[in-house]
Ligand binder design. Structure first.
Ligand code: BTN
Length: 267
């Protein structure tokens, strides 16, 4: 399948709630990684709300040093430079990832009839396949403890390439429109995500983001496998705490909160 909507600021403009935001968006046909470019911009002082989008990435980055498959014409690869002001974000970039995951789900739900789900902490699934990954990178000033900037990178598989996904991800990767023609453009979905991401500070106080996150979480009450730095173990996922950590009950009854590590659904 191929797609004929070209990602562009002009194409997003009609769907942007804040038309001024358009001035902070750049769309590239190809970049190594939108996170890399956004970080370079952040280091040189880019303002809160700077957005870098690419039609394809030649070195798209995933978590744990993995690569993120980013072919031309099939996805949306976007990174936001955010400079949070409020205290609760400091020390918890996880919350920003949480907010981004809800934003992507809501944008998909608002523009399609699809009901995506979240796999803690940063993956979005549809019909059992991963359609979106989120990579948050932050820099904190060591002396003041203040977070200087956060780059939130969102990679969405919009449609499935004709040749399918590469061998190594073909069993887990999917796309929003895996079958049939897309019913929306990439520009529309990108703008809907931008509309939500740009109001993250005001929304956090006024909207139950964690409840929205939890509502879509695939793993509550389920067996999960946790792969940490030093050990791998099974547990039962029971909740999310107020800073977005996954609370699990180990088989010995111990309850722990996870802020990092990889979690997959158990058997
Ligand atoms: C993951 O699933 O491990 C996270 C994937 C994050 C991919 C996005 S695509 C846009 C941004 N630029 C990157 O290089 N990575 C993120």
């Amino acid at each position: 399948m191929s797609i004929n909507d070209i990602l562009s600021v002009q194409g997003m403009l009609p769907f942007l709630l804040d038309k001024d935001a358009a001035g902070n968006i750049t769309v590239h046909s190809s970049l190594e990684s939108t996170n890399k470019t956004a970080k370079e911009l952040a280091i040189t002082g880019a303002e809160n709300g700077t957005i870098v989008i690419a039609d394809c990435q030649t070195a798209g980055k995933g978590r744990y040093g993995r690569s993120f498959f980013s072919p031309p014409g099939h996805g949306i690869y976007m990174s936001f430079v955010l400079r949070p002001l409020q205290r609760h974000w400091v020390g918890s970039p996880t919350l920003v990832t949480t907010y981004a995951a809800v934003s992507v789900c809501e944008a998909i739900e608002a523009t399609t009839d699809k009901m995506p789900q979240i796999k803690w902490v940063n993956d979005i699934f549809l019909d059992g396949k991963k359609i979106c990954g989120i990579l948050t990178e932050a820099v904190t000033d060591i002396e003041s403890g203040k977070m200087q900037w956060i780059v939130v990178g969102i990679g969405i598989n919009f449609i499935t390439p004709n040749a399918g996904f590469p061998e190594e991800i073909k069993n887990i990767a999917g796309s929003i429109f895996s079958e049939g023609k897309p019913t929306i453009t990439r520009n529309k979905l990108a703008a809907e995500i931008i509309n939500r991401m740009l109001v993250f500070e005001s929304q956090w106080g006024s909207k139950p983001i964690l409840a929205e996150y939890k509502k879509r979480l695939m793993m509550i009450g389920k067996r999960v496998v946790i792969t940490g730095l030093n050990e791998t173990f099974e547990a039962t996922a029971i909740d999310i705490d107020d800073i977005g950590r996954l609370i699990v009950k180990k088989d010995n009854g111990e309850i722990i909160s996870l802020s990092a590590g990889e979690v997959s659904l158990g058997k």
